[in-house]
Design a binder for this molecule. Structure first.
Ligand code: PMP
Length: 403
């Protein structure tokens, strides 16, 4: 049974005050809050078995290694990867994308084409631009429509025999649009192109099945799904991870080293050079368990209810425009006519309401709407209708003060 009071009690930060007001945290798209069970796992690691992994014979090192590898298996099960070594633990989505983009620089040729969507976060644009600069490959863009959806008709026209890679987010961070990734993957595969899906914004809301999707690469960050910052994952099909060269050289990623030649370790270690975020990886596993215990159906039900209610209530505010109205997760990106989004955000903060303002690292979307940015309220399963009411009241007040 989904009990909002019980769930909120799991998040100590939700009790805090900001500028003397009760915190209303609606910046979940930037980072989610951390339940006590995840905080406890972090404290437990540093209090009881802090040690480097994979190389120590002593007890602490073995305990840390076991827990870290258990976390990898939790992540594997959650995403339904075939093998645990198809899960590479990284520092986050950005790192995961860079591993793949950098790896393909050895595999692409001049004149090859890669396709990106207009709805991407900068971290799913810039690494591919760098790849194109290095290789002479050409970047093609799937344009967006007024309602924040992708022009899939144009996507199908862009695909051709020269297309080697397609990268797209599952959910847009700026608008919340849920992209038709099944269709994107299926169509790309018909042309022999590989697909990377950026799941940074989908994973807090949707449980993806990488085998059912038949996706080649899927990436996410723990901090958007109740875990800590600085840790994330890269799923890749075994044969593709074997094909890609390592991203960084260093300890942990080798089999043998001499000054004449180094041979690389097998998966997943080939992509995990250096001491990883051990505690973060373990806490990521605990966060995944926490979310699965609540259940992704219950999470979606609560968030969809909040989205519908907040949309209805915000639409009552005169001069408020919502950007992106197609099928989406619990994100509302909006502006008040004639008022800069930053000013709205600053007043909301004084009233205890945390939202994000700006271009949300998705400047092409802002350029499309010809705006400097938006105010973005992003809801999580621990938010309430009362908090939506506080948001709407704060927006109305900001409008009065700034008009
Ligand atoms: N892609 C999307 C869609 C995102 O929302 C974000 C985070 N805002 C990222 C990538 C980058 O994630 P991280 O900063 O955790 O690497």
């Amino acid at each position: 049974m989904f009990s909002i009071d019980k769930i909120r009690a799991d998040f100590p930060i939700l009790n805090r005050k900001v500028h003397g007001k009760q915190l209303v945290y609606l910046d979940n798209g930037a980072t989610s809050q951390t339940p006590q069970i995840v905080i406890d796992a972090i404290v437990d690691y540093y209090s009881n078995y802090n040690a480097n992994i994979h190389r120590g014979v002593h007890t602490l090192s073995q305990e840390a290694t076991d827990k870290y590898e258990e976390a990898r298996i939790k992540i594997q099960k959650h995403f339904n990867a075939k093998k645990s070594y198809e899960i590479i633990l990284t520092s986050g989505t950005t790192h995961s994308i860079n591993i793949v983009a950098s790896g393909f620089s050895a595999l692409l040729n001049e004149g090859d084409e890669v396709i990106v969507s207009a709805l991407e976060h900068h971290s799913n644009i810039v690494p591919w631009q760098m790849l194109c600069e290095k290789t002479g490959a050409v970047l093609r863009v799937i344009p967006m429509d007024e309602d924040g959806s992708l022009r899939m008709d144009i996507y199908h026209e862009l695909l051709n025999g020269k297309t080697k890679l397609v990268f797209c987010n599952h959910v847009s961070n700026a608008l919340g649009t849920i992209n038709p990734i099944e269709e994107i993957i299926h169509a790309a595969h018909k042309f022999g192109a590989y697909v990377l899906i950026d799941g940074a914004q989908s994973c807090p809301h949707i449980k993806p099945d990488v085998q059912e999707l038949d996706v080649d690469f899927y990436v996410a960050s723990a901090h958007k799904m109740c875990g800590p910052t600085g840790v994330g994952m890269l799923y890749g099909k075994e044969e593709l991870l074997k094909l890609l060269p390592p991203y960084q050289g260093g300890g942990e990623m080798i089999e043998t080293v001499t000054f004449e030649q180094t041979t690389y370790a097998g998966l997943p270690h080939k992509f995990e050079a250096g001491t990883p975020n051990i505690c973060g990886g373990i806490a990521f596993g605990v966060a995944i368990d926490y979310m699965n215990n609540i259940g992704f159906n219950a999470i979606a039900m609560q968030e969809n209810e909040l989205l519908a209610y907040a949309t209805e209530e915000l639409q009552k505010v005169d001069g408020l425009r919502i950007y992106g109205t197609s099928n989406k997760t619990s994100v509302i990106s909006f502006n008040l006519e004639g008022i800069h989004p930053y000013d709205v955000g600053a007043i909301l903060d004084k009233l205890g309401v945390a939202v994000r303002t700006g271009h949300h690292c998705a400047q092409p979307i802002m350029d499309y709407y010809k705006i400097p940015g938006t105010v973005r309220a992003s809801f999580s399963f621990y938010n309430t209708k009362e908090e939506v009411d506080l948001l709407v009241a704060a927006v109305t007040k900001a409008q009065m003060m700034l008009s």
